[in-house]
Ligand binder design. Structure first.
Ligand code: THU
Length: 138
């Protein structure tokens, strides 16, 4: 296992016991790695008003921006408490898009499986991003 994956997995494992998921019973830990080598993690935080719940990836991104400001990401990992990995939800793919290049790697990990990684562009092809908002020549 590469050093990047080991660091991400360790960080996600550290936060998953803190997950607050009383409604879904689906704890998630996410970890992100900046291009300069810093790791941040977050867990999902649900709410009795269901749509207000936060995904683990959103919490990890918030931790990074709050601690050191917005950075480009080299990799991200999503860990669930299930044996088989799950990939980030659609909303979190878009959240990650804000900070990831097409060739950054996203890993999915379950508690009984080795993490599986794919390039971000495979996870969210034809992504909408900041470039779409740039002024265009007529
Ligand atoms: N969840 C995440 O934290 N990340 C995802 O990418 C998918 C879903 C959370 C949200 C909710 O707390 C629980 O998993 C079930 O959907």
């Amino acid at each position: 296992m590469s050093d990047d994956i080991a660091r991400l997995l360790r960080a996600a494992r550290a936060v998953i016991p803190c997950s607050y998921a009383p409604y879904s019973g689906f704890p998630v830990g996410a970890a992100i790695l900046t291009v300069s080598g810093e790791v941040f993690a977050g867990c999902n935080v649900e709410n009795a008003a269901y749509p207000l719940g936060l995904c683990a990836e959103a919490v990890a991104l918030g931790a990074m921006v709050s601690a050191i400001g917005a950075q480009r990401l080299r990799a991200a990992l999503v860990l669930t408490a299930r044996p088989v990995p799950s990939w980030p939800c659609g909303g979190c793919r878009q959240r990650l898009q804000e900070f990831m290049e097409a060739d950054a790697i996203v890993y999915a990990a379950g508690c009984e499986a080795e993490p599986v990684g794919i390039p971000f562009a495979r996870l969210l092809p034809l992504a909408f991003g900041a470039g779409d908002l740039a002024p265009r020549s007529p």
